[in-house]
Design a protein around this ligand. Structure first.
Ligand SMILES: NC(=O)c1ccc[n+]([C@@H]2O[C@H](COP(=O)([O-])OP(=O)(O)OC[C@H]3O[C@@H](n4cnc5c(N)ncnc54)[C@H](O)[C@@H]3O)[C@@H](O)[C@H]2O)c1
Length: 255
């Protein structure tokens, strides 16, 4: 059977790496777009004998994304799943938040997903099949002091998810946002350091005093828990789920 093709942006990082491994192990042909692409050694390691290719790409650059989508479609003849995952974090109060940083975070986590969606949709519509998963966050649903740009981008990404789902509802395409709570990746480890610096406490104290009181399960999620949800949403059996913001957060938003 022909392999389905998945593009994962930010596929070289924490959650992305886990998704690359998960999709590859489940028979997908995986295409990684990352500003720091996988080395040949990493590609071999992550792929574990399956099909993974990696492109150096700044996903905020429309021409780069468009070229890679065209190349992939020419090579494999299809484009089944897009996971908009590339992201970053910066924590500062609004009045100290650099405007350029705010702008660049919106470019990366809102404008870039729009660009990628725009260029895969014609192919997915021709196929009358497609799955788009936008990596949002619980911070797309609730606020968190210090995360003005991140929360703005993720709230916007959920809006983009709903609109795209409506526009593709009769084309065999589903579009969903996944909203993780805290997952144990570099992005969160760096954030612990930033919050520790802002509040003058240790990173362990940030976990115990600030993060875990928010999370009923009192733990960081593991990247493969998110990867398996994304894999499910990408499959044929998830065809009825569209336009949703699906939360996976150890109970964070239930309190
Ligand atoms: N880790 C968490 O707890 C958590 C929780 C909720 C949502 N998320 C979201 O999940 C996604 C992945 O997070 P992560 O924790 O794996 O982050 P990470 O920092 O570990 O990885 C992010 C990846 O994005 C890549 N990237 C950054 N800028 C890029 C650009 N301009 N073009 C292409 N690639 C670029 C990086 O090189 C890196 O490989 C992000 O969108 C993040 O907001 C993470």
């Amino acid at each position: 059977m022909e392999s389905k093709v998945v593009i994962i942006t930010g596929g070289a990082g924490g959650l992305g790496k886990s998704m690359v491994q998960c999709f590859a192990a489940n028979g997908y042909r995986v295409i990684v777009l990352d500003i720091q692409p996988l080395t040949i050694e990493q590609t071999t390691e992550y792929a574990n004998g399956y099909a993974v290719s990696s492109f150096a790409c700044d996903v905020t650059r429309e021409a780069q994304v468009e070229n890679i989508v065209d190349t992939v479609v020419q090579q494999f003849g299809r484009m089944d799943v897009l996971v908009n995952n590339a992201g970053t974090q910066h924590v500062a109060p609004v009045e100290l938040f650099p405007t350029e940083k705010f702008q660049s975070m919106l470019d990366l986590m809102l404008v870039a997903p729009f660009i990628a969606i725009k260029h895969v949709l014609p192919v997915m519509k021709r196929q009358q099949f497609g799955r788009i998963i936008n990596m949002a966050s619980v911070n797309g649903l609730i606020g968190f002091a210090g995360k003005a740009a991140y929360n703005s981008a993720k709230h916007g990404l959920i809006g983009l998810t709903k609109v795209t789902a409506l526009e593709t509802a009769t084309d065999g395409i589903t579009v969903n946002a996944v909203c993780p709570g805290y997952v144990d990746t570099d992005l969160v480890q760096n954030q612990l350091a930033e919050i520790a610096g802002m509040r003058g406490i240790t990173e362990e104290e940030v976990l115990e005093q600030i993060i875990f009181p928010l999370v009923p399960q009192k733990r960081l999620l593991q990247p493969n828990e998110i990867a398996n949800l994304v894999l499910f949403l990408s499959g044929e059996k998830a065809g009825g789920i569209t336009g949703q913001a699906i939360v996976i957060d150890g109970g964070y938003t239930t309190q």
